[in-house]
Design a protein around this ligand. Structure first.
Ligand code: NDP
Ligand code: HSE
Length: 433
């Protein structure tokens, strides 16, 4: 057992960082045994030095993260500041000074993962980021290591705790969107700017990271088709219920059947209540991985929050510390397949479309013809007259068989031009069947 401690710089001490510091302190003896050397919290970089931080020696606090990294005795940096800058420059500075890095920063990794991996590799150092995807759930390491001998074809799941919390509250208690978002923010689940959650950017960043690792290719944030959940309404939940479904914000990553390309998308979708993802409540996440030999695997657990995320950070800290002692590094980026990412138009799935139409003879036939003309086959149609009969309008709900997204978009464009279609109330994909 080595007695000289490995020195850790904690960059950021907010929701996640404060829990990392707490666990490092309270589990110090166990961590020493598991690593084979003590790990010492050698400095904590923050923005507001005067803020009271329970359990942290005020002498460790600094606002100069760069100086902390440059002082010459740091072995490992934990970056839990978030955002692109100064996190990117600090991680690069760490590598330039022989410091391995653990990060929870999905936004940065989705944007600059390739460059950061290259910098780590060049310096012979580690870059680990289990906490960046799905909070406490071990997912990156199983994909990178445990499934490294298999071929992954599909990854589908709930990867954002905040939006799952909001959708769950809207569905189960009828809570309003803003009220549920405020609660998720107070619980420490939301990003510093929660539009990253509700507009789907956070889930898209996680999708890009997962797709890259699962398919051994490079998927950039811009390659991921993204729709947030701010448009999901109480009426959508009512429609979903009538179909025996609920609504979740899903990340879906697929290898094409010919193996020559991949797709990556994040959007709200209806899923049957019988599907395991339908019962994922509050800020929990769950991810299905489908692999050639392993078959279907499901990963489930807390997807956000200080302590769950700190658990994943600590797991990485132990792995990186062990690597340091062994004078080795863990697996780096694997992007050898270089598969192109196909556009959303190529994705094939089912759709639930809700139309406001004129309540008169022939409308149903006109709508059905429009679907047929675009090669989109209808599974079910439900027409409901307005109870008040005002304006002689009806609501028409069409659920399709599987069709290409481009064909569905063409259909909707044509439907909007029909005199008898007063409006397209909602379009939602149907997954998980
Ligand atoms: P917080 O906003 O709670 O904490 C950010 C921390 O960074 C604060 O301590 C802040 O200082 C510090 N900080 C900000 N700017 C600087 C700077 N320029 N120099 C030094 N320190 C700075 O964020 P979270 O802890 O929630 O998130 C951190 C990271 O973890 C993000 O990348 C996030 O996406 C990721 N993550 C978060 C999860 C969660 O559930 N919250 C889950 C999974 C990942 P001060 O305290 O003085 O304000
Ligand atoms: N804001 C993120 C979420 C934190 O809600 O999932 C976990 O990555």
């Amino acid at each position: 057992m080595r007695t000289r401690p490995l020195k850790v710089a904690l960059l950021g001490c907010g929701v996640v960082g404060s829990e990392v510091a707490r666990i490092m302190t309270t589990h110090a003896d166990d961590l020493t045994q598991r690593i084979g050397a003590p790990v010492e919290l050698a400095g904590v970089a923050v923005r507001r030095p005067s803020k009271v931080r329970e359990g942290i020696d005020p002498a460790l606090i600094t606002t100069d993260a760069t100086a902390l990294l440059k002082r010459g005795d740091i072995d490992i940096a934990i970056e839990v500041i978030g955002g692109i800058e100064p996190a990117r420059t600090l991680i690069t500075t760490a590598f330039e000074h022989g410091i391995s890095v653990v990060s929870a920063n999905k936004a940065l990794l989705a944007q600059d993962g390739a460059a950061l991996h290259a910098a780590a590799e060049q310096a012979g150092l580690d870059l680990y980021y289990e906490a960046a995807v799905a909070g406490a759930i071990p997912l990156i390491r199983p994909l990178r290591e445990s499934l490294a001998g298999d071929k992954i074809n599909r990854v589908m799941g709930i990867v954002n705790g905040t939006t799952n919390f909001i959708l769950d509250k809207m569905d189960s208690t009828g809570a309003g969107y803003q009220e549920a978002l405020d609660e998720a923010t107070a619980l420490g689940y939301a990003e510093a700017d929660p539009t990253a959650d509700v507009d789907g950017y956070d889930a898209a960043a996680k999708a890009a990271i997962l797709a890259g690792i699962a398919f051994h290719t490079r998927v950039r944030l811009d390659d991921v088709y993204r729709e947030g959940m701010t448009e999901v309404s109480a009426a959508d939940f009512a429609s979903a219920k009538r179909m025996g479904c609920t609504i979740k914000l899903l990340a879906i990553l697929e290898r094409a059947a010919d193996g020559e390309s991949v797709t990556a998308r994040v959007h709200p979708a209806m899923i049957p209540l019988s599907h395991p993802l339908a019962s994922v409540r509050e800020a929990y996440n769950a991810v299905f991985v489908e692999a050639d030999a392993a078959g279907r695997l499901m990963f489930y657990g807390p997807g956000a929050g200080g302590a769950p995320t700190a658990s994943a950070v600590l797991g990485d800290l132990v792995a990186v510390a062990r690597n340091k002692l062994a004078e080795a590094t863990g697996p780096g980026e694997s992007a050898y397949t270089q598969l192109p990412v196909s556009p959303m138009g190529d994705v094939v799935t089912r759709y639930h479309i809700s139309l406001d139409v004129a309540d008169k003879p022939g409308v149903l036939a006109q709508v059905a013809t429009t679907f047929a003309e675009h090669g989109v086959s209808i599974d079910t149609v439900r027409q409901q007259g307005r109870p008040d009969g005002v304006g002689k309008e009806a609501s028409l709900v069409v659920v399709t068989h599987r069709a290409a997204d481009a064909a569905l978009s063409g259909t909707v464009e044509a439907l909007r031009k029909l005199d008898t279609v007063r409006g397209v109330a909602s379009i939602m994909r149907v997954e998980g069947e």
